[in-house]
Write a protein that binds this ligand. Structure first.
Ligand code: GDP
Length: 472
């Protein structure tokens, strides 16, 4: 009976999937970026602006009036947490707007669009339904791909060498040096090491350092405290025995790869059709040359996930399937007057150019853009010592989360040639956005939306056009 029932269900699923892909196309849109890059705000505003399309002239199907309806539906994956759209939207659009809680793990949301076809088909068939499955996941988890190619010994050696000069790592390095990795494992020792290593990663992240693997140490999802997350890099001892700290750490590192990293790539990453990679480039630029170097390294690690030829596991997993389009978006562009946006886009393209030139992402179409998913500022030009100065005006967010004073700011200028900013860090390298950017933490502005209007944004419609416009 079980078998018959199982078979029936299998046949039903196959027919559902078939008819769905024949008549109701599904686009799986991945949204990623390192923590605080702006994923939650991006998805919330994108969905709100696809439901109410008055601010989406750059999305051709919307401008042509071919999208007759957009509505949320139950998502296809029953075991993936749902993206908490309603709560996030309420935070952004309430009478006392606040920023929503950030992405901590993978989540999903299905938005379905009723679209009238164009061209020859327009007269012949009625509206179709196109499902947009948005998958939100931390960019930190993509960085873990690099771990798959490494043994515990290699990873340990790499990490120890890389963190040695970093001030944030001093405590961890001291503890690691003091640990006898050949001694029999004592669980509290493993826990103390993992805790200290996580503290290092957290401090490094706060200092603007992006290469913070293993990704789950910072964003553990539901794995916090489990043995797969209770390991850390160590100097290799001469003769580690079977029951040694080293051996057990090695075992957990391997478990992390096979039980955490691989399933994420298999269950989520491998099924994505379109991808947007969000980057808080402005913060890195403000933090200075070392942070920019770091952002570039993290970008190239993230991007290697989209060049599957580089990784045997991924190549097998994807079996020739690929992401069709990738958008690289510098977020929070509302911190700059629009006269600077072209330069920001230029920096984004330069950042990804290396990787793009080498492999063109196995044929995926790529584009760079500067956007603000939720515009928190307005523009104005003020008189500064007799000279016009292009500014943005917004309400500052106090450290306690309350709304502070309103003022006009000039973050400084970006270089017109990205090479001036992206040149490898060197002594005395010029700092950009040095002026007022540090204090520019804006609160979301109270909104009075007219019927049919989504939240205000910058170029979110263009982003949507690139990501899904061709399929509508
Ligand atoms: P996530 O960690 O990638 O999910 O990042 P969030 O979407 O939570 O964004 C992190 C923070 O960046 C938010 O709390 C805001 O302070 C800021 N932010 C994100 N998007 C925008 C934007 O479009 N404009 C402005 N001014 N700030 C933004």
């Amino acid at each position: 009976n079980d078998i018959a029932e199982g078979l029936t269900r299998r046949v039903e699923t196959v027919t559902d999937t078939l008819s769905e892909s024949l008549f109701e196309p599904v686009i799986r849109l991945g949204v990623t970026g390192l923590s605080r890059a702006g994923k939650t705000v991006f998805i919330t505003s994108l969905v709100a602006n696809l439901m109410d399309r008055a601010r989406m002239p750059g999305l051709v199907a919307a401008a042509d009036g071919r999208i007759s309806a957009a509505f949320l539906q139950p998502q296809p994956d029953d075991t993936v947490p749902r993206f908490d759209y309603e709560t996030h939207l309420a935070a952004l659009t309430g009478p006392e707007p606040s920023w929503p809680a950030s992405t901590r793990a993978v989540s999903e949301l299905r938005l379905s669009l009723r679209v009238r076809p164009t061209g020859l088909l327009a007269g012949l068939s009625g509206p179709r339904t196109v499902h947009l499955d948005i998958v939100d996941y931390p960019g930190e988890w993509l960085l873990d791909l690099a771990l798959l190619d490494k043994t515990y010994a290699q990873w340990s050696a790499d990490v120890m060498a890389r963190i040695a000069p970093r001030a944030q790592a001093a405590d961890y390095l001291q503890l690691a040096q003091a640990t006898d990795a050949a001694a029999p494992l004592d669980e509290p020792v493993a826990q103390a090491l993992a805790r200290a290593f996580t503290a290092y990663l957290t401090a490094a992240r706060a200092a603007g350092i992006s290469d913070c693997t293993p990704g789950r140490f910072l964003l553990p999802g539901d794995l916090a405290g489990s043995p797969v997350l209770t390991f850390a890099p160590l100097p290799m001892p001469a003769a580690p025995g079977r029951k040694s700290v080293w051996h057990e750490m090695e075992r957990r590192f391997e478990a992390y790869k096979s039980r955490v990293v691989k399933p994420f790539f298999r269950d989520h990453f491998a099924r994505i059709d379109r991808q947007v990679v969000l980057v808080d480039a402005l913060s890195a630029i403000h933090d200075g040359p070392a942070a920019i170097d770091d952002m570039r390294r993290a970008m190239s690690d993230i991007l290697s996930a989209f060049r599957p030829g580089r990784n045997a596991f991924l190549t097998r997993l994807l079996m020739g399937r690929r992401v069709e389009r990738i958008l690289f978006a510098a977020t929070k562009a509302d911190h700059l007057h629009h006269s600077q946006h072209k330069r920001l886009t230029g920096i984004m393209s330069a950042l990804t150019r290396d990787a793009r030139d080498r492999a063109d992402f196995a044929g995926a179409e790529t584009q760079s853009i500067a956007l603000a998913a939720l515009r928190a500022t307005t523009e104005e030009t003020i008189d500064h010592k007799g000279e016009p100065l292009d500014c943005v005006r917004g309400t500052l967010l106090n450290p306690d989360g309350s709304r502070g004073r309103q003022a006009a700011f000039h973050a400084g200028d970006l270089p017109d040639d990205p090479a001036r900013l992206l040149a490898p860090a060197r002594e005395g390298a010029q700092k950009w956005l040095d002026a007022e950017y540090r204090i520019m933490r804006f609160a979301p502005a109270p909104l009075s939306l007219k019927p049919g209007e989504g939240p205000p944004h910058i170029r979110l419609d263009r982003a949507a056009q690139f990501l899904i416009g061709d399929r509508l």
